[in-house]
Design a protein around this ligand. Structure first.
Ligand SMILES: C[S@@+](CC[C@H](N)C(=O)[O-])C[C@H]1O[C@@H](n2cnc3c(N)ncnc32)[C@H](O)[C@@H]1O
Length: 228
């Protein structure tokens, strides 16, 4: 998707993906990662309540989000005045344990930013509605981008959706187990820790023609970063 697509959605308030509560799949499955603190990277974070959840557990939180509207709303809705500084192609908004780098994730890796935002200290990546927001042609680039900035010790928690492909495309896009194995198969460990039939809670996808919708949760550990 072009950046303009997401900017328009945020400008028009078309943000049906945003949840008003902490994601229950995150709460139920965080324990499977074995990560109890440190720095969590939340790519394509929107203004998710899950950032607050991680902060409440004592994590340092680093989100990456394209839309300035989303980032401003995140802090405004909490009555917080973040500091803002420019780092390369990103504006970094920060308050307390939460920083959000506002810009295009695909501008990474960028030497200074990777260092300044301490990607090397990331212990956990939390991906909810990020991989599934990307069309197939961008997914490989997304995963490679993350691998380039992550330390090999980071654990990856992925919340994914799988449904029968429909004629009208996403986002969200279906990401089947085969697709997960294709994208992350070279990583040391890819484990599905929960799978739930959510067809009855997915009226929009059913309207699009899906007959079965599954929420799948994976825990993955990456190979060492790709040399640049
Ligand atoms: C489906 S939403 C999910 C938001 C969030 N993860 C959540 O659970 O509410 C996808 C988000 O990714 C952002 N986004 C899309 N492409 C991006 C990119 N290349 N770099 C950074 N953010 C991006 C969009 O602006 C949007 O907020």
């Amino acid at each position: 998707m072009e950046p303009k697509y997401w900017e328009r959605r945020w400008a028009d308030g078309e943000t049906g993906f945003h949840r008003l509560t902490v994601n229950p799949y995150l709460e139920r499955n965080l324990g499977f990662t074995g990560v109890h603190g440190g720095r969590v990277l939340v790519p394509l974070c929107g203004k998710s309540m899950d950032l607050d959840y991680f902060a409440s557990l004592g994590f340092e939180v680093l989100g990456v989000e394209l839309s300035e509207i989303a980032v401003r709303q995140f802090f405004d809705e909490r009555g917080l005045s973040p500091t803002v500084r420019r780092v390369g192609a990103f504006e970094v908004y920060a308050h307390g344990p939460v920083s959000i780098a506002c810009g295009d994730l695909f501008s990474l890796p960028e030497g200074d930013l990777v260092g300044i935002l301490a990607f090397d200290r990331v212990t956990l990546v939390y991906d909810r509605a990020a991989l599934i927001a990307l069309p197939p042609e961008l997914r490989t680039r997304y995963v490679e981008t993350l691998r380039r900035v992550l330390p090999s010790s980071a654990v990856y928690l992925l919340l994914s959706l799988a449904f029968d492909e429909t004629e009208r495309g996403g986002p969200p896009f279906s990401v089947t187990r085969d697709e997960v194995m294709k994208q992350y198969g070279g990583w040391r460990e890819v484990r599905c820790v929960e799978t739930v039939d959510i067809t009855s809670e997915s009226p929009k996808l059913v309207e699009r023609g899906a007959t079965v919708v599954r929420e799948d949760v994976y825990v993955m550990r990456p190979l060492p970063s790709v040399p640049s």
